[in-house]
Design a binder for this molecule. Sequence first.
Ligand code: GLN
Length: 486
Amino acid sequence: MPLDSARAIVVAVRRGETSAVEVCRTALSRIAAVNPALNAFHTISDERALAQAAALDDRRDEWDRLPLLGVPVALKDNLCTRGLKTTAGSRILEHYVPPYDATAVHRLVAAGAVVVGKTNCDEFAMGSSTENSAFGPTRNPWAPGRTPGGSSGGSAAAVAARMVPLALGSDTGGSIRQPAALCGVVGLKPTYGRVSRYGLLAFASSLDQIGPFATSVADAAVALQVMAGPDPRDATCAAAPVGDFVGALNGRVGGVKIGVPRALVSEEAGVDPEIRTTFEQSIDTLRQLGAEIVDVALPHSAHAIPVYYLVATAEASSNLARYDGVRYGYRAPDAAALGEMYDRTRDAGFGPEVKRRILLGTYVLSAGYYDAYYLKAQQVRTLIRRDYEIALDAVDLIAMPTSPTPAFGLGERMDDPLQMYLADVFTVAANLAGLPSISIPCGFTEAWLPCSLQLTGRAMDEATVLRVADAFERATTFARERPNPL
Ligand code: GLN
């Protein structure tokens, strides 16, 4: 059974053409063969996965009610899994075993998914290349000398290399969409509040969302369908009814208005020429499918990156205060006093990017600078959100490339954090505005690196985002390409 499609696996298991155990074994042997070269997985939960699959095979009377029956899934290692190590890519949580499952994980498993492992990520999801992991970088399956993007690079690489058909990531400023783009797979960031954040190790609470990686839009829709909806354990999880995301995929694009912010994707804006070419071709395809393409202005976009890095670091500095050596994870030995224990624990436990962000965040929240930085950033965040509201009054979706460049080389941006931060120039606004946004494969560079299209929609309107993305995927072949020699 190929690990290409979650829906095909469900059908095959239901028909008795294969079993959940057999599919699980296929995934585990694929991981054993491919993962050593890519380092996409940090933990492989083989015994547990096989036991879970065997239990599913026994529950025949429930099969029709399990939309992810027997589907092997990988989880970014910042999602809590009961009894299974959850490190967030950090030394400080290297041996941390949570006593509970994240709601999103719980719902996937209840739908029949089989967790085969936890994937590598930038430490506490801070980064765009997965190089900030304390456990070594992940490599891009299309070009092992390049990064898979980040911070959910392990999940993206796991799906791109067909070790699993489905994986979860988290997206605070682009960490699902950007690695999906660099690895040539589908990545969806739902509306803020669509999926419960309970059990997601918090980075920036007003921006974080959990979402799926998949090889097709339809599989991403199934995963969202399973995870979405209110959760009494997360007060920010929306009460809005969950629509029929899968049923929305009717292939129709006629009458849909798609806005293109031309100024942002120009050559002067520093967008790679091959990315621009594939983007323009994608817009033509959407037009041919019946979409009406119009220009939109997002006048405050130039501020999105600075605003994001003020808000995200401020929230991170507060969220990460809990790692004090007392309550979770690592504690430095031999400290003479409490203060020294905190210092030594955090000094040894956190890597350089996390420390940089805690310092920045503490600074922008400090009494003397709060008004100048944090407060100002919140005000500009409102303006950015308003830009999108105005644009999305006139159009149904906004199209941009997901990433301004294709996958970049390992090590290339590690000495230049600002350059790394620019990887998210097209993605952060959807987080600041809380909107649903998807990245789908839309072409290749001459060196055969994936290029991607990002579609951002109105709050709670994942249905339109998914419908148009699915129609684009049906009309093109890019999502079916696989990295060589896999
Ligand atoms: N690359 C961005 C950052 O470093 C976004 C990360 C994310 O979405 N988790 O903050």
